[in-house]
Design a protein around this ligand. Sequence first.
Ligand SMILES: *Cc1c(COP(=O)(O)O)cnc(C)c1O
Length: 413
Amino acid sequence: MKKPFVTKAQLDEILKTYPTPFHLYDEKGIRENARRLNKAFAWNPGFREYFAVKATPTPAILKILHEEGCGADCSSLSELVMSERCGIRGEEIMFSSNATPPEEFVKAKELGAIINLDDYTHVKFLKDICGIPEKICCRYNPGGQFAIANQIMDNPQDAKYGMTKDQMIQAYRELMELGAKQFGIHAFLASNTISNDYYPTLAAILFELAVELRDKTGAHITFINLSGGIGVPYTPDQPENDIAVIGEGVRQAYERILVPAGMGDVAIYSELGRYMLAPYGCLVSTAIHEKHIYKEYIGLDTCACDLMRPAMYGAYHHITVLGTEDAPCDHVYDVTGSLCENNDKFAIDRALPKIDVGDVLVIHDTGAHGRAMGYNYNGKLRSAELLLREDGSVKMIRRGETLEDYFATALWD
Ligand SMILES: *Cc1c(COP(=O)(O)O)cnc(C)c1O
């Protein structure tokens, strides 16, 4: 049974000031979760989470996470500048980009960010544009299929990211010649994993690689970045990952592989997005139409422009009809947005309690890759973002887009 992080009474109060639709974030949930993560990796003195900014590029959110000790993982110029403006600086920024435009490397270097090279050819590219920093990271792609206990999790062989092992070795050698002194390894092999084994399995692969790279190149490896990929239960029947178990699994691999190799001083980094934010955000919307044709439809005052995941991936997002939490789910609806696109549906054939026009719907787990992925198709304007603070008060942290925002880039004559 999934429950919204906000009660009906709280939402009724919020709705007096802020009309739907809006995204709402839970500061308490965000902070407590960040603390759980930091605790799970407290055994590693150098541990740092670099929040994947693309998941929720909202300054107020970045600042909360920064206060909890997190840095920022950026992969574009805007994300770099946003982090800078939030007071996140230097090695608190990881720059994990791909097909990187030159000016983005220049900005990352200027900020003193840790640059994570996606490709072997980027060694020369970076050297020619702005030179090689002393601390640098290379992204690894092992190819093949990535499996845990015979279960295929993803297909690195089809992913555009990272370098082969031979390229990693060659890149390290050249980077050393060009003056790099501290090295990192990064890999992202499976997304939204519901398994306490993902990070430990990935860690073991990267730890073995670290030992091999050190032995073959003599490079001083100072950190290993396990990147993103820890998932959240979007459906009510999925189990939750246990971050304490995950941290302990990584620790065991560390003790087994790195410590005996004399590499017990390597820092562990993460670059989580979804795990840090998804459950702590929801999209709040009002049913404004009902329609009875060959199926039953409920039309909302929001659309895919505020949340693309269902349209893009057929992703499941749980829906709570506010105030009917205990009512039977004896109606079947397609819950739609207003785009002229038939995939603009937040739910298809979903069993829900009876919905009346005027009911408020809470769409769950939209805190990561939610508003961030939004767009302006059909000239739709993206909604405001609100923060439910720890004291129960609400603060607007991004206003909704206006027509003038939408028209601002057009040249009218
Ligand atoms: C998207 C991304 C992440 C975050 O992924 P989640 O699935 O949200 O944890 C981390 N690192 C890189 C390089 C990414 O592209």
